[in-house]
Each structure stands twice: as structure tokens, then as C-alpha cells.
Design a protein around this ligand. Structure first.
Ligand code: AMZ
Length: 281
């Protein structure tokens, strides 16, 4: 049994839920003034794992929208993964203590890999790395800067570090509803053993279907943003129409401590792969 996890995204700017285009703060669309209401809406739609980004925090290098994040944590029971401005162990620990299920480290994964290794060792399963690529190179500091390293080079640094997941974003597609860059994401996933989550460009049910094909079997999940806010992707359709069968499963990479694993993401069962043993299904 395999599954992909669909993570609905809440990106916070000035305490509001926005979507950017290609990460550009000047091209922001406000979709909801109330992040708590948005988080509750995603929970009501059946999603069970939330992806949250503190955009101002990613630019500032420290948490900025902490009050909004904390309000969401109080309002919902589903696990939350959070990125943006998490650059030192104290911030990692503060968020985990406040109830964040999994922190996402981006800039520091490039600039301070020892932090990722230390955090992942101390908090197994609770540290993810966010790798956001522009022209093949990883962008940092709110994507205002582009490094000289590729996502694969960074990911390989953490192969044995106990990192729970790599969240790979194709910046060129992000917020533009162009469809996920499955080719690049699958290539990354096939080159490392860390589970990879696809992000950037999620557009429609076609992306869900593509995620469920055998060639995408190494992907652990995908993040959907604008397509959910503007109604192009219907969560109910994602669950039912794409494959005709959905169930909550425990067969996905560990995403939360066992004692809190009662919460599951929206997991869509993969279609049978005729070229593999039938044990999956
Ligand atoms: O859209 C952006 N400009 C942007 C964005 N979504 N900039 C950073 N981020 C996200 C990354 C990752 O989840 O995808 O912020 C997190 C990384 O933050 P940091 O502070 O660790 O680099």
C-alpha cells in the first residue's frame, strides 16, 4: 500500500493567507484575511496535514507571523509542517515545543548544514529540508538570492542525517498553475533515499492523476496552493474521482511521532502498478 499526501498550503504575509507568483512578494494575491478560518476550512475539506510558510519570516531570517501560526495550532488538530525563518536550533525547538509537527529548513540547509544534521538527530522525523530551485540552483533568503548549488547536491549532504523529507519546489512554476514539475522532482527522488514532496505549480486533478502513476511512485506527496484557493482543484474530486479509491493509511513515510499518528494527511491510494508485485494493494 502506497499513498501520496496532498498538503494544502497556507503562506503567511502580514498575518494573511496569500499566494505569490514565483515567490515574488510584489505579486501577492490575498486569499483569506483569517489564517485560522483557512486552516479550519482545509480540515473540514478532509485534509489532514497542513503546510504553512511564514513568508515574511523567510525574508527576515526569523519568525515574523508567529502569532498567526500559534492561533492556527490552537484551532486545529491536524499536524502542521512549518517553514520560513527557521535558522537556528532554538527556533526549531521553540516551534516543536509549540506543537509544530515538522519544521522545514531552507536557507540554513544551504548555509548551515550542521544545523539540519543536529536538529534531525535530536528530533528524528520532525525535520524536513525545503529546496527551492531556480534555473537548477537552490534559492535562499525568501528566494531573493540564488546559490551555486543544485538541489541534488544539497539533498545528498543529508542522506544519512535522518531528515524526514525533502520538499522540492520549482520556483518558475510556483503560483502559476503550470502543473508540477514531475520530471525534475522524480529525478531527485530517484537519486536519494529521503522521501521527496513535490511543490510548485500544482494546477488540477491532472496533477493528482500524474502523482498516482507508476513513474511517480517514489514521491511521498505534493503541495497544493493556488489551485485549491481558486477552486480549480476540488479536494473531494482529488480523493474520489482520480482513482476511485481512497483510504487513510499508515503506509507512507513517517510524518509524525507514533503517539500522534492518529492524524493523517489526505492520502490518495495509488493505482495498481501492473509491473510490480501486487502487495501494494
Ligand atoms: O515564496 C517565497 N518567496 C518563499 C517561500 N515559499 N521563500 C521561502 N519560502 C519557503 C520555502 C521553505 O518552505 O519553500 O520558506 C521556507 C524556507 O525558509 P528559510 O527561512 O528556511 O529559508
Amino acid at each position: 500500500m502506497e499513498a501520496v499526501i496532498l498538503f494544502p498550503a497556507i503562506d503567511l504575509k502580514n498575518g494573511q493567507c496569500v499566494r505569490l507568483e514565483q515567490g515574488d512578494m510584489a505579486r501577492a494575491t490575498v486569499f483569506n484575511l483569517d489564517p485560522v478560518a483557512q486552516a479550519r476550512a482545509f480540515a473540514a475539506q478532509g485534509f489532514e496535514y497542513l503546510h504553512v510558510v511564514d513568508l515574511d519570516g523567510a525574508f527576515a531570517g526569523k519568525p515574523v507571523n508567529a502569532l498567526a501560526v500559534e492561533a492556527m495550532l490552537k484551532a486545529i488538530t491536524m499536524p502542521v509542517q512549518l517553514g520560513g525563518g527557521i535558522r537556528d536550533l532554538a527556533t526549531v525547538e521553540a516551534w516543536l515545543a509549540k506543537g509544530i509537527a515538522r519544521v522545514i529548513i531552507g536557507t540554513a540547509a544551504v548555509r548551515d548544514p550542521a544545523l539540519v544534521k543536529a536538529a534531525a538527530k535530536k528530533y528524528p522525523g520532525r525535520v524536513a529540508v525545503g529546496l527551492d530551485a531556480r534555473d537548477g540552483k537552490v534559492a535562499v533568503e525568501g528566494w531573493a538570492e540564488t546559490s551555486q548549488v543544485t538541489a541534488l547536491e544539497i539533498a545528498q549532504r543529508f542522506e544519512d542525517a535522518g531528515v524526514a523529507a525533502i520538499i522540492f519546489t520549482d520556483i518558475a512554476r510556483d503560483g502559476l498553475l503550470k502543473g508540477l514539475n514531475l520530471d525534475a522532482t522524480i529525478a531527485l527522488a530517484e537519486s536519494i533515499s529521503i522521501p521527496v514532496i513535490a511543490s510548485g505549480g500544482f494546477a488540477s486533478i491532472e496533477d493528482v492523476k500524474a502523482l498516482l502513476t507508476p513513474r511517480a511512485k517514489k514521491l511521498a506527496g505534493a503541495i497544493a496552493g493556488r489551485a485549491l484557493y481558486d477552486g480549480r482543484l476540488d479536494p473531494a474530486a482529488a480523493r474520489h474521482d482520480a482513482v476511485g479509491d481512497v483510504r487513510l493509511s499508515s503506509g507512507v513515510p513517517a510524518i509524525r511521532d507514533a503517539d500522534t499518528a492518529a492524524h493523517h494527511a489526505l492520502r490518495v491510494r495509488k493505482v495498481a502498478d501492473p509491473f510490480r508485485a501486487s502487495a501494494d494493494l
